[in-house]
Design a protein around this ligand. Structure first.
Ligand code: DX5
Ligand code: ZN
Length: 224
């Protein structure tokens, strides 16, 4: 089994000293930056947009994983790709023509992701799994950081892992919302590849150390 990835969510950073937080992540063992874009329509909150993307593109030294929580995401795919996104994830619930939008994302050179709200079954992706580089399973209702992990997600991870195995694709499973040191091991055991962590990293006493501990989970399996 390959080592899982850790993606700190910028939403929980201190925007008054964003550069410091970006550099902390650069120097940490984190693999990606997770970037939450909210439009106040798909979700009941507005986060940030292109000015912050510009700072990230200039200063971040790792993969930019952009999670679009917006309606009609197809209108902004190219702009986010130009803004530096390496992975562009759209919501299943926001796409009338999901297959077309996935091809549109790939045409920009970015990896194509699909996010599912907690109530949306993973079986809906079966017909299109071969076109998806990453599935983001929301383990909270999207819109806010700092919410409680919904444990029903563990079953969805296993079901999705099955679909990926049957279709023999290299689709990554990303878990987003309420992830921390208290539940990361269970999430990884269920089959996750990427852990998004917002508050559990940035609100901890030593964020760099928390990232390291999230990375180290499962290590002992290699040692015994
Ligand atoms: C929620 C966002 C998450 C959020 C996670 O809508 O998609 O990425 O930043 O934050 P935590 O880890 O605090 O739940
Ligand atoms: Zn997110």
């Amino acid at each position: 089994m390959e080592k899982h990835l850790v993606a700190p969510s910028v939403l929980a950073a201190d925007f008054g000293r964003l550069s410091d937080d970006i550099w902390m992540v650069n120097e940490s063992e984190a693999d990606w930056f997770h970037i939450d874009i909210m439009d106040g329509r798909f979700v009941p909150n507005i986060s940030f947009g292109f000015p912050i993307m510009k700072i990230l593109k200039e200063q971040a030294r790792k993969t930019l994983d952009v999670h679009l929580m917006i309606v009609e995401p197809e209108k902004y795919v190219e702009r986010f790709a130009e803004a530096g996104a390496d992975v562009i994830t759209v919501h299943y619930e926001a796409c009338t023509h999901l297959h077309r939008t996935l091809q549109q994302i790939k045409a920009t050179g970015a990896k194509a992701g699909v996010a599912l709200n907690p109530h949306t079954p993973v079986s809906l992706l079966e017909t299109v799994i071969e076109d998806i580089d990453l599935v983001c399973l929301m383990s909270v209702n999207p819109g806010f950081g700092g919410q409680k992990f919904i444990y029903g997600t563990l079953k969805k991870i296993q079901e999705l892992k099955n679909i990926i195995t049957v279709h023999n694709t290299s689709t990554l499973i990303e878990i987003d919302g309420g992830v921390g040191l208290q539940n990361a091991e269970k999430i990884l055991q269920a089959g996750a590849d990427v852990l998004v962590a917002g508050s559990s990293v940035f609100k901890s006493e030593n964020p760099k150390e928390t990232i390291k501990r999230l990375k180290d989970i499962g290590m002992r399996n290699f040692l015994v």
